[in-house]
Write a protein that binds this ligand. Structure first.
Ligand code: FSX
Ligand code: SF4
Ligand code: F3S
Length: 375
């Protein structure tokens, strides 16, 4: 049960620890043009995203204030760094970006100032100093073939596989940021020459998966804030994804859903139907098979998301999506499922869901084509 008093106690304990940020988050927000009211609005919205009762909004703000106390070690394995970019590469920093900068990031090899031996030293120091207390965030899949030698990191040429296992050993919580670290991602797509895998496959500890290629800033920061608030991982689905973010399908809250139900589909990009915002199912949208909150939370300060921009969802937060959701501009139901890699039990569950849902959705598209006089 969620207990606000317990959370307050935990925040009070965290407050006693030394923070690393030279300024408080309130000062940082003010310097960047955000008022206290904006901050409280942000924490209220994040509480809603996290599926918390309204009474939690002020404690979410307090958790953000002490987020420079919780040490975070951030590893990069085989990936494109788009996940960090999703948080950082905006023309104007959002409150999510500022919180991410404020977090006690002990090690993050893309954004820290140190390099080479100095970076290695910082990393070893952090593991020692915060043993058993740090949160490990990992971006990227882990190559495992030939002892993991297809990915080496740092001046000692340590394999990603070895570094991951060593860092995970004394972590208080492990968050896989992005589809690559959750399920292997693009480097695990057939024929997967490096034997890349999601990190949970090589670790014997619980890993929370925050997939998406990339995931939204809200889902990354939301998961980290949740760990700060409760000192534990949020409730998860079959694929270890937080339910607050991956509990519903893209299709459930899509703004084009009315057109789907009315049987109004885009048949050609650039057509009048496309301009009228008709449903993109027949142009390959995988929203009916994809669990994520993009249609509710959107990207870039709630500006837009793939379907709003005019292309179907390609299912980027699902396991093996590079293989199982392709071709991206054709309906999934037109294809056989036998080509999908089925090496894991969890993946088989996913494929079963896809097969049943795929048949039903394709049938709807076919029936509505008959019902709809425009077709
Ligand atoms: Fe993967 Fe993230 Fe896609 Fe890229 O690090 S989820 S390739 S957006 O960057 O891992
Ligand atoms: Fe939206 Fe895609 Fe579902 Fe159509 S199929 S309603 S575009 S999610
Ligand atoms: Fe990915 Fe689909 Fe969202 S492609 S970003 S899950 S709309």
């Amino acid at each position: 049960m969620l207990d606000v008093q317990k959370v307050k106690q935990r925040i009070a304990e965290l407050r006693k620890l030394p923070g690393i940020a030279p300024k408080s988050i309130s000062e940082i927000l003010e310097e960047n043009g955000f008022t206290r009211r904006d901050f409280l609005k942000w924490s209220g919205a994040l509480a809603v995203t996290l599926g918390l009762p309204a009474s939690f909004a002020p404690v979410v703000a307090e958790a953000a204030e002490v987020s420079d106390r919780l040490p975070v070690v951030w590893l990069h394995l085989a990936e494109c760094t788009g996940c960090s970019e999703s948080l950082l590469r905006t023309d104007a920093p959002t409150i999510d970006d500022l919180i991410f900068n404020y977090i006690n990031l002990q090690y993050h090899d893309t954004i820290m100032a140190a390099a080479g031996w100095q970076a290695e030293e910082n990393y070893e120091d952090a593991l020692e100093k915060f043993k058993g207390r740090y949160v490990l965030c990992v971006e990227g899949g882990v190559p495992t073939k030939d002892g993991g030698e297809y990915l080496t990191i740092g001046p000692h040429a340590e394999t990603g596989l070895h570094k991951l296992k060593r860092t995970a050993k004394d972590a208080a919580a492990i968050i896989a940021v992005g589809t690559c670290s959750s399920f292997g991602g693009i480097q695990a797509a057939a024929p997967n020459p490096t034997g890349a895998k999601g990190i949970h496959k090589v670790l014997n500890k619980q890993v929370i998966n925050v997939p998406g290629c990339p995931p939204s800033a809200k889902n990354i920061v939301g998961t980290i804030v949740y760990v700060i608030l409760f000192g534990q991982l949020p409730a998860v689905d079959n694929f270890n994804r937080p339910k607050f973010a991956y509990g519903l399908r893209i299709h459930d809250l899509c703004e084009r859903r009315g057109h789907f139900d009315a049987g109004e589909f885009v048949e050609e990009f650039g057509s009048e139907e496309a301009m009228n915002g008709f449903c993109l199912y027949k142009k390959g949208c995988k929203g009916p098979y994809t669990f994520n909150n993009c249609s509710r939370e959107r990207f870039n300060q709630h500006t837009s998301w793939p379907v709003q921009a005019g292309h179907g969802c390609i299912g980027c937060s699902e396991p093996d999506f590079w293989d199982s959701m392709a071709p991206y501009e054709e309906p999934l139901a037109n294809h056989k499922f036998s080509s999908v890699s089925a090496d894991a039990t969890a993946d088989k569950v996913g494929i079963t869901i896809l097969t049943v849902a795929g048949v039903a959705i394709a049938a709807h598209a076919a029936i509505s084509a008959i019902k709809n006089p425009k077709e």
